[in-house]
Design a protein around this ligand. Sequence first.
Ligand code: ADP
Ligand code: MG
Length: 259
Amino acid sequence: MSRIILEIKDFSMVFGGLRAVDHVNIHINDGEIVALIGPNGAGKTTLFNCVTGVYKPSEGDIAVSNPESKVIRTNGMKPNNITELGLARTFQNIRLFSSMTALENVMIGRHPKLQAGIFGAIFRDKSTRTEEKQVVEDSLVILKKLGLKQYANEPASSLSYGAQRRLEIARAMATEPQLLLLDEPAAGMNPQETKELDDTITRIRDKEGITILLIEHDMSLVMSLSERIYVLDYGKLIAEGSPDEVKANPAVIKAYLGE
Ligand SMILES: Nc1ncnc2c1ncn2[C@@H]1O[C@H](COP(=O)(O)OP(=O)(O)O)[C@@H](O)[C@H]1O
Ligand SMILES: [Mg+2]
């Protein structure tokens, strides 16, 4: 039996009169690549926001198994504390610091790992300088993994759209997550960039052992990448299963054709 890394039980999120997510159950096993799909407005990003502590769930439970396999209930926890449990995400809309370099964007992602704190930052003692050097080296390694090392010293805004999306993933990986949540990572990418993203995500899982939960609209990417798929429609889970099972599910076909 593989370890469950994220468990979402009977979870709902209500905004005023709108039930954006409605009694949803989802679990992610360690090492899986799982997709969360569904028409626009289905509640996918809201689910990510609740898992990462942006919003507190209205109902239900979200639990994360930390790197020591201890199950921690995360409802109401702050985003930075959830990051410490090994969760990292990217956003549907790119949120890079556009005038900072690619390297600096990844270094910022590394920040929660730093020991030096404010005292070290002001006085720049020897251990702080050693730590800073290490951060640069580690961040360059992460850039290399995402095929971005040659852009290390370029401002983020000068990168192609596909490269900026990969840089978002690099920044998320800087926290050394056990679970990476990707919100529409292929949005706006051309077919070549999407193909490279497919390989990159597979490699992150295979080589780094990072579990992946992704929201994605590109169905060929979803079908090629994911081992299991959950389908949301109007906040409700309408299907789950293997890519073949989901493709053949009449409720899924109806939700997509009815869009
Ligand atoms: N902060 C919010 N306040 C009010 N309504 C919201 C908020 N965030 C999302 N919603 C609504 O919740 C529903 C689900 O949105 P979202 O999770 O972004 O969908 P998806 O990512 O599947 O396209 C939508 O109707 C959206 O307008
Ligand atoms: Mg969304």
